[in-house]
Structures are given as structure tokens and as C-alpha cells.
Design a binder for this molecule. Structure first.
Ligand code: FAD
Length: 455
């Protein structure tokens, strides 16, 4: 039995940052990680996918030369992408550098599966079957993240489907790809592989792509995807999946869709029973863990990251880590506030969004005014010409005269989002925004046009 101040189970982006800060502050910290220190983001998610997208966007830009600047021959090659992911992003899926970084701050790192076995007690099982019991004097912090989950489709479980963890590690692009799930993850992978030459079909059970975002965003992506030669099937119920040794056959509403590969991007889950949260009075059958505004979930237990259900993003995990660490250290810190949670789907057009959608704001009982501006009819959009798809949509709480949500879709939509996130975060009156000077001819000038459209 080893006594420490804090045990952190799961070292995703937030868990690593929190362990690092608490160790630097002089606490005895033990971090427990079942896979790789750093979590999903650097090895299987944000970082490798954004490298793939950067490469796919370069191909798309080269293909635009014909309309703008002469001729260019484009010969896609996956090898530089695979090499960059292996070397620059993941170190061939090795966390030695991250472990050393954390140890350098003074934390102890244990590779193994952590489980709460009693209040203040964590039992770690290592790969060789050995166990070690840790006693946490001050806090147990859970940052377990999520695993890809399988939708209950007949036959799917027995097939060699990919999840994001396989898709970021491929060394060749499949001839054809069916993507199960048209959310941010499915859409990002779909466009990348299509731009590298795969015949891609996106299958989304909801009536549109990006069902969590404004309907205009999903409609825009579907239009662009189809223009680029992809097939988008929204409202598609996949009834059965079979693999015949060389290809996947999917029964989609009675029709067969055939593809060389199948990528499942249909949600995430966390096994709370395996974490032993019942030992501290939490529901092991729940989808996630409810936390208060300081990330406390039970006596002596703080929880951060995707499992809190408050935004499955690296920036959420890091934000919550800062608040939880201060709370554990007894330092003054603000309560968590998720009103201005930003999210970006890094497709082309990029879809940035912050706060509430129009529908969510109406459901919350607010009196809502909406303003929309289309990028192609803006000065920058017209100058940009090919690849200028996009829009800015503002959602105003009409009674308070402040924005409660916004979407910026288009080239660099995630960067344009910055200004809108400030407006929602700081509750800047829309009247004040109207008085701003917007640089000409920028994409973010569409915010001014959307403000005018608010009425
Ligand atoms: C394909 C893809 C692309 C994404 N792109 C973006 C993006 O561009 N931007 C963005 O903000 N977000 C993105 N995300 C989401 C992002 O990856 C996560 O929100 C982020 O990793 C934060 O998650 P987390 O901190 O909850 O934990 P994770 O990063 O999931 O890490 C949790 C860690 O806990 C470990 N663990 C779990 N249980 C135990 C246990 N019992 N014992 C020991 N260790 C355990 C796991 O092995 C894991 O390493 C993407 C996700 C996917 C799938």
C-alpha cells in the first residue's frame, strides 16, 4: 500500500495537466494510465486527424488552381501523412516523452488499470497481472475519457470494422469507405479519405449531418460533400452488416451498400463499472458522471473530461482540470461556466460554433432573434471564389440584447469563431458589436452582416 495525496485515474489532456500542476505545487501525486499518457487526443484523435485534414486540404487547394491560377497536377499519396502521424504526432504510439515530462514535474506514473476499491483507495492492475494499492489522502481524480462505442447493428461486432484508432494508423487509403455516423468525427474522416481518392458513403441515422449543430451547417456539409463526389445518406437506418472476407455489405433500409472498409464513428462510452465508481456511491450504470461547478462528484472525488458530459473536447478537459486543481489545492477559482463552450468540426468548410443553437435557445424558453449572412455574397467570399461556401449565424437573446450562440461556417470558420466566442463569453451587447469596425475584406466581416440581419 502506497500513501499519496492525490491519485489521478486516466491521464488524458486534463488528467495530465492536473497531475502536473498538483505535483509542481508540492503534492505527492500518482497518475494511473491504462494506455498512453496524454490520452486519446494526441495519439488517436485531435492531433493525428488534424494532420490528415491539413494534408487533404492541401490537395483540395491544389485542385482549385484550375479555376484561379493555371494548371496543377495532383497525385495524392498517403505515405507522407502516415509518416507524419507516426513520427511527429504519436512517436509511433509511444508515450515515453509524456511520461518523462510528467515525472519531471514530480508525479509518479503507473501504467495499468485503476479502479476505486474503497473511498480514498485505488487498486492498480498492471499488464502482467500484478496489483498495487494506492491510498489518496486528499483526492481521487477521474479522467477516464471515452471509448468508441458500437451501435447495436446486427452482425457488426464480428466484422473487421475500423474505429478512429484504426483510421489514424492506416498506411493506405481504401478504395471505398462507408462511414457509420455523420457527426464531427465521421465527417472529418469521410472528407479526408474522399479527398485522397476513396469512394465514400456517409450514413447518418438522424435527418442531417452534424445533428448537434445548426441545421444550416449539416445541409451545407452535405451539399459540399456531394459536390466533391461523396454520397451522403441522412435518415439512414443500417439494419445489418456483413463482411465476406474482402468487402463490407451493409443493409441500409433494404438496399445494399458495399465498401472495402467500414469506419464506425457512432458515439462514445465509458465503462463506469470497470472504474469502480460504485465504491464512492456513484451510479455504475450511468452514461457519465455528474459533477458540480468545481468538478466534485463525491466526497474526495473530482471528475474531469468527456465523462462529465459537458463537452467532449480537449479544451473542456483542460478547463475543468484547471478548476479542479485549484479546488483541490484550496486556491480561489471561479465556478465552471459552459455558456460559451466552443466546438469546431475541421471539415472544409470548417464549422465553428459556440453556445446555444437557435433550437436549443428556443427550447430553453428564450425570446430569440436570429441573423444570418452568407459568405459567397460577402466581399471576401466573392474574391475567394472557389471554396467560399459558408455562413455566419447569430442567436440573440432578444430580451437581454446579447448573443447566446453563434455558428461560423467557411474557410477558417474555427478561427472566425474566436470573435463570436468572446461575444458570448463576455455577454457583449449586440448594440456594442454593431458599433465595431470590422476589417475589410475579411471573412469575419460576415459577423457585421449577420448583425444587420438581426433586425
Ligand atoms: C477522432 C477524434 C477527433 C477529435 N478531435 C478533437 C479536436 O479536434 N478537438 C477537440 O477539442 N477534441 C477532439 N476530440 C475529442 C478529444 O479527443 C477528447 O475530448 C479529449 O481527448 C479529452 O478527453 P478526456 O480528457 O476525457 O480523456 P481521454 O483523452 O480520452 O483520456 C482518458 C485516458 O484515461 C485512460 N483510462 C480510462 N480508464 C482508465 C482506468 N480505469 N485506469 C487507467 N487509465 C484509464 C485511457 O486509457 C485514456 O488514455 C476528438 C475525438 C476523436 C475520437
Amino acid at each position: 500500500m502506497t500513501d499519496v495525496d492525490v491519485v489521478v485515474i486516466g491521464l488524458g489532456p486534463g488528467g495530465e495537466a492536473l497531475a502536473s500542476r498538483l505535483a509542481e505545487a508540492g503534492l505527492a501525486v500518482a497518475g494511473v494510465e491504462a494506455r498512453l499518457v496524454g490520452g486519446e487526443c494526441p495519439y488517436w484523435a485531435c492531433v493525428p486527424t488534424k494532420m490528415m485534414i491539413r494534408a487533404a486540404d492541401a490537395l483540395a487547394h491544389a485542385r482549385q488552381v484550375g479555376e484561379l491560377a493555371g494548371t496543377a497536377q495532383v497525385q495524392p499519396d498517403w505515405a507522407p501523412v502516415a509518416a507524419r502521424i507516426r513520427q511527429d504526432a504519436t512517436d509511433d504510439w509511444d508515450d515515453e516523452v509524456a511520461v518523462q515530462r510528467l515525472q519531471g514535474k514530480g508525479a509518479t506514473v503507473l501504467h495499468g488499470h485503476g479502479r476505486i476499491t474503497a473511498p480514498g483507495e485505488v487498486t492498480v492492475t498492471t499488464a502482467d497481472g500484478g496489483t498495487e494499492v494506492l491510498r489518496a489522502r486528499r483526492a481521487i481524480v477521474l479522467n477516464p475519457g471515452t471509448e468508441p462505442s458500437l451501435p447495436p447493428v446486427d452482425g457488426l461486432a464480428g466484422t473487421p470494422y475500423w474505429t478512429n484508432r484504426d483510421a489514424v494508423a492506416v498506411t493506405a487509403v481504401p478504395e471505398s469507405l462507408a462511414v457509420l455516423g455523420g457527426g464531427p468525427v465521421g465527417c472529418e474522416f469521410a472528407q479526408v479519405f474522399a479527398r485522397f481518392g476513396a469512394a465514400v458513403t456517409v450514413l447518418e441515422v438522424a435527418q442531417r449531418l452534424l445533428p448537434g449543430d445548426e441545421p444550416e451547417a449539416g445541409a451545407l456539409l452535405a451539399e459540399v460533400f456531394e459536390r466533391e463526389g461523396m454520397t451522403v445518406r441522412a435518415g439512414a437506418a443500417v439494419k445489418r452488416v456483413a463482411h465476406d472476407g474482402s468487402a463490407f455489405n451493409l443493409d441500409v433500409d433494404g438496399e445494399t451498400v458495399t465498401a472495402a472498409q467500414l469506419l464506425v464513428a457512432a458515439g462514445r462510452r465509458t465503462d463506469l463499472a470497470a472504474l469502480g465508481v460504485g465504491a464512492v456511491g456513484l451510479d455504475e450504470g450511468a452514461r457519465g458522471i455528474t459533477v458540480d461547478e468545481r468538478m466534485r462528484a463525491a466526497d474526495g472525488v473530482w471528475v474531469i473530461g468527456d465523462v462529465t458530459g459537458l463537452g467532449a473536447f480537449t479544451h473542456t478537459s483542460m478547463y475543468q482540470a484547471r478548476i479542479a486543481a485549484s479546488d483541490i489545492l484550496g486556491e480561489p477559482v471561479e465556478d465552471a461556466d459552459y455558456r460559451a463552450m466552443p466546438r469546431v468540426t475541421f471539415t472544409d468548410p470548417e464549422i465553428g460554433a459556440v453556445g446555444l443553437t437557435e433550437a436549443a435557445a428556443r427550447e430553453a424558453g428564450r425570446r430569440v432573434r436570429v441573423g444570418v449572412a452568407q459568405l459567397p455574397s460577402s466581399a471576401r467570399g466573392w474574391i475567394h471564389k472557389v471554396g467560399n461556401d459558408g455562413f455566419v449565424k447569430l442567436v440573440e437573446d432578444a430580451d437581454r440584447g446579447v448573443l447566446v450562440g453563434a455558428t461560423s461556417a467557411g474557410p477558417m470558420g474555427g478561427e472566425v469563431l474566436g470573435a463570436l466566442a468572446v461575444a458570448v463569453h463576455a455577454s457583449v451587447p449586440t448594440e456594442t458589436l454593431r458599433q465595431m469596425i470590422f476589417a475589410y475584406p475579411t471573412f469575419h466581416r460576415a459577423i457585421e452582416d449577420a448583425l444587420a440581419d438581426l433586425g
